[in-house]
Design a protein. Structure first.
Length: 249
């Protein structure tokens, strides 16, 4: 059973459209970029209200960062949103998950698809850089509703420069047109190949591996589309394929 320990709040970054980032420090066990942990708030009756969140920070960073959306009638996020740097919360000492690059075979192009706060684990992976040498190209796709939801836009652009042409980035907005992004939803942009044309990389079941993180509907519909139209398969340890997604528990 995983152990709960205390985490000290360093900062709460409040973005637009109810998005926010929680930064804490805690003596957790080492984690692998792409993994998640659980944050919790202890009620007066001793019960811990908890939820799983992926790390945004590199494993080398002592400040632990988590990206989330405020659910106004939720049990946990309103508590987290109102915290100050004098507060403390609970965090699990050990991290979990297999959404990591050491679980993914070498290939020509690694595709990282994210919607909303699902960008978190990719930021951790790209900041850390470990195992990225297994891929000739990395394509990072971040889909949101509005351009103001691109909270980590500047950080992503800095990472793109750091990778010296290896990392290609495409932003997508579904509810407004901007000069920063394509407009639409991931499955439809794959059907038309507009997404692939925009970064001059193409999904091929012999040379590509797909990572999916974010809205469950996006994950399911994109996975089904790739299986049906691109002859791809879900990646499992016991049965290697070319589509990986995270399951939080």
């Amino acid at each position: 059973m995983n152990t709960w320990i205390t985490a000290k709040i360093i900062k709460i970054k409040k973005w637009e459209n109810n998005l926010f980032s929680v930064i804490v420090t805690a003596k957790i066990d080492p984690f692998i970029a792409g993994q998640f942990t659980k944050l919790g708030y202890k009620k007066e009756n001793g019960k811990i209200i908890q939820k799983a969140y992926s790390f945004v920070n590199s494993p080398e960073d002592n400040n632990l960062e988590f990206y989330m959306v405020l659910v106004k009638n939720g049990k946990l996020t309103p508590k987290l949103y109102d915290l100050t740097n004098t507060d403390k919360i609970k965090i699990t000492k050990q991290s979990s998950g297999f959404f990591t690059l050491n679980e993914i075979p070498s290939c020509k192009t690694l595709w990282m698809f994210a919607t909303g706060t699902g960008i978190g684990p990719y930021l951790s992976i790209l900041k850390h850089q470990k195992n990225t040498e297994k891929f000739k190209n990395i394509a990072l796709i971040h889909a949101v509703r509005y351009k103001n939801d691109l909270t980590y836009f500047n950080e992503i652009k800095k990472l793109q420069k750091k990778y010296c042409g290896k990392l290609r980035v495409q932003f997508i907005t579904s509810r407004e047109k901007t000069n920063l992004s394509l407009t639409g939803r991931i499955p439809q942009l794959l059907i038309t190949q507009e997404l692939e044309k925009s970064i001059n990389l193409y999904i091929d079941n012999n040379t590509s591996h797909i990572m999916l993180c974010g809205n469950p509907n996006m994950v399911k519909s994109t996975q089904n589309l790739l299986i049906e139209t691109r002859n791809m398969q879900k990646h499992l340890r016991r049965k290697p394929g070319n589509i990986s997604s995270e399951h939080y528990w």
